[in-house]
Design a protein around this ligand. Structure first.
Ligand code: FEO
Length: 408
């Protein structure tokens, strides 16, 4: 069974994390390969005359979650439950919690959240629900709770809570990442360095479709001054940020905006019988000769990388090179799927070079061009030819790389 970490985070106010470390999951949202696992973080704050629960856990871990919660408090004593976001990785345990609580607690969330909870779990769970307005403040247990909507981080229902007196941001999905970090917080730099690529992968796969809202919402929080003054950012997944709270939102901003790492070129291709690969060897030689650092993902008869890992490489790449075989008058199926997900989840203004190989008719190049023409990516060139590359094809490939790099 997953490990459940229950730790005290603050003495005053009395604040705890209940972190379910899900090392059994394989495909988040039944789609994204995450061998690194994920955590579901809930928080409990005990105040004068009030006990507040921030988010819950996934339904399949209800029993584990409730056991951990009962170590901290009698569920009947919980007076408020803040629902930042209704996706069931944070609310699956809600019906069982409310049963144990005797439906005493007031639920707080957006009006979208109320509607979604009713749809997921029935009318009874929202009988005592307070729908907040953006920026609304409530006094609970002697503290000021400010609720700020951050739509599309990750759903339209999403909000964060700012505890004004203690400068705490409870941010649910925003600020979260995949992975099961060894520590609870960002105090160990090695843990943070290992964790941040999982954050990027999480952002792209989960929130990537809405990535412009990442930039917009963080801008909104920054304008309020709460990002710079925050003492702690407490997300619904992964590490708590207390050594350098602003760092996680800065990372989110960079990924949302697609800020490139100098020299990084993402190279993605299939090669069934080596024809595309022989072209890519020339492309990679040329990139290295020109001082670039290609990051390569290839589909062959021995390798099939996870599309979720490929997606995580897009935001900080300077450019992309896609190599594809023509396969049954279309793009090779694995490259086609990877490309469709890139266009949906990681749609950035970055230049693209297409490299193709075919047996009797070149179709893949044109099909990829058409797909890219409907996206933010810029099509720079297509170099596609039959069978093994001839000297003139090799020359065209080198020209294509030069042309791509001239866009940077
Ligand atoms: Fe972690 Fe969108 O739920």
């Amino acid at each position: 069974m997953p490990d459940v970490k229950v730790e005290r985070i603050l003495e005053d106010p009395e604040l705890y994390i209940i972190r379910v470390d899900d090392d059994r999951i394989k495909y988040f949202e039944a789609t994204w390969d995450i061998p690194e696992g994920i955590t579901y973080n809930a928080y409990l704050m005990k105040l004068d005359g009030a006990t507040v629960l921030f988010d819950l856990s996934k339904r399949e871990y209800t029993e584990l979650f409730m056991e951990a919660l009962k170590k901290l408090v009698d569920p009947e004593e919980i007076t408020h439950v803040v629902i930042h976001h209704t996706e069931p990785d944070h609310t699956g345990a809600l019906p069982a919690f409310l049963e144990a609580n005797g439906y005493r607690a007031k639920l707080i969330g957006t009006s979208f959240a109320k509607r979604f909870l009713e749809g997921f779990y029935g009318e009874k769970v929202v009988e005592n629900f307070h729908a907040i307005k953006d920026g609304e403040e409530m006094r609970i247990g002697g503290k000021t709770f400010r609720f700020i909507t951050v739509p599309w981080l990750h759903w339209p229902d999403t909000m964060i809570t700012y505890v004004v007196e203690d400068k705490l941001i409870f941010s649910c999905d925003a600020g979260g990442g995949y992975g099961i970090p060894k520590t609870i917080d960002d105090s160990d730099e090695e843990v943070v360095r290992e964790y941040l690529p999982h954050v990027t992968k999480y952002i792209v796969t989960v929130i990537g479709h809405y990535h412009k809202y990442i930039v917009q919402n963080i801008k909104k929080l920054k304008a309020m001054g709460i990002v710079d003054e925050a003492q702690m950012i407490l997300p619904g997944h992964g590490l708590i940020w207390k050594k350098n709270p602003a760092r996680i939102f800065e990372h989110y901003e960079r990924v949302g905006a697609g800020v490139p790492t100098e020299g990084k070129i993402l190279v993605l291709y299939d090669s069934m019988y080596g024809f595309v690969e022989s072209r890519m060897e020339i492309v990679l030689d040329e990139l290295k000769r020109l001082g670039k650092k290609p990051v390569v993902y290839r589909f062959t008869d021995k390798e099939a990388p996870a599309v979720s890992d490929i997606l995580g490489e897009v935001p900080d790449s300077e450019a992309i090179i896609i190599g594809a075989s023509t396969f049954e008058a279309d793009v090779h199926p694995r490259v086609r799927y990877a490309l469709l997900e890139i266009l949906d989840k990681a749609n950035y203004e970055k230049p693209v070079l297409i490299v193709g190989a075919f047996g009797w008719g070149g179709v893949a190049g044109k099909k990829i061009e058409t797909l890219i023409s409907r996206s933010k990516f810029d099509h720079v060139d297509t170099v596609e030819s039959r069978g093994m590359p001839r000297p003139e094809d090799k020359e065209r490939l080198r020209e294509g790389v030069m042309k791509l790099l001239s866009w940077l």
